[in-house]
Design a protein around this ligand. Sequence first.
Ligand code: XLS
Ligand code: NI
Ligand code: NI
Length: 437
Amino acid sequence: MAQAFPDIGNIEYEGPQSKNPLAFKWYNSAEVIAGKTMKDHLRFSVVYWHTFRNALSDPFGVGTAQRPWDDGTDSVENAKNRVRVAFEFMGKLGAPFYAFHDRDVAPEGETLAESNKNLEAVAEVLKEEQERTGIKLLWGTACLFANPRYMHGAATSCNADAFAYAGAQVKKALEVTHELGGAGYTFWGGREGYMTLLNTDLKREMDHLGQFMHMAVDHKKKIGFEGPFYIEPKPKEPTKHQYDSDAAACINFLRQYDLMDHFKLNIETNHATLAGHTVQHELETAMAAGALGSIDANTGDMLLGWDTDQFPTDIYLATQCMLSLLKMGGLVTGGVNFDAKVRRESFEPIDLFHAHIGGMDAFARGLKIAAAIIEDGRLSQFVQNRYSSWDSGIGARIESGEVGFDELEDYMLKKGETDANASGRQEFLENLINEFI
Ligand code: XLS
Ligand code: NI
Ligand code: NI
């Protein structure tokens, strides 16, 4: 097969002085940072849906993307050819992982049986290409939101047949993910939410979602899939209110339906900001529950209120993400998955390279900066000192659970007033971070 990117070779690390737009300035895959290679820390992943299937349309105009290898049909042959292009791209980029929805890689057929057959046929090529290149599947997922049958949701639809169809689809997507050695499997609640409560039985829908996830867990056990399931929080879009609105809502859902053992969260930057949080808030909330699994790395636009899914280039943001991930001890099965798309105006194939190189460099830089901040120790020392009243005396006794309100009353009656508070030193700490950037 002729190359899809004949003028582009492997993207190499050339260092910060390089002016070559098709080289890494910071991402040096083999370089060891805090005991691990950059490649193992970052576990970069390319998303199939945006990078190979997004036509770059918007509500006001058709797609602009030039993808000369694509014959514009929905045939299985075209889908197979596209897989080879995808692996050429990921190979040249040096991305160790990728992620897909069932319907991005293979066309949906007239019937479920035909869709399954199409997916199997394309999965064979995915497998061949994985073996040829060593690129692995970070996670698979099922598209339970594009087909009109899912207009009211999938597992939370008022239409029981939609639930059934979704179950059949996840079954197959999970089996294919397993067959391809996927490290995990993701559930993003595409239309699992509502547009108006006037027509919605919220409790019944949430119960159905819980049942759906239990069926998925049962099936995972049945086929021997050992990777984690991830839930990806998002507060809105496409529906007005999504049930998996943020990390806290997801964790509450998982606890309520007794699913915590089987799920972790996949935190996406732009979803966090849509929920009115920072991504670091979402990462830390997930971590506090022992449930941080993976990240969908992208960024939103401060002035636009929707999921713009831009490539992350903000060093400060990448640093914050990496500070949290390093604090957790690093990614295990998860990765830094670029759930991001080039702008509609960036329609040439080469833009796909620029976009990913920029994201990888930003995160590599974030990793180096975060590792340096941790190595320096002043930040963590500050936080530790800030809580020193809990290390001994009344604080230690409260933490160990040996006192109740009676003892607290005795203690305070005797002491009279609290010890003086210390400054939070926010500006000092912000300046400290900037020392490293
Ligand atoms: C959409 C989500 C989606 C998931 C995978 O906003 O980010 O792309 O990552 O279904
Ligand atoms: Ni998203
Ligand atoms: Ni995502």
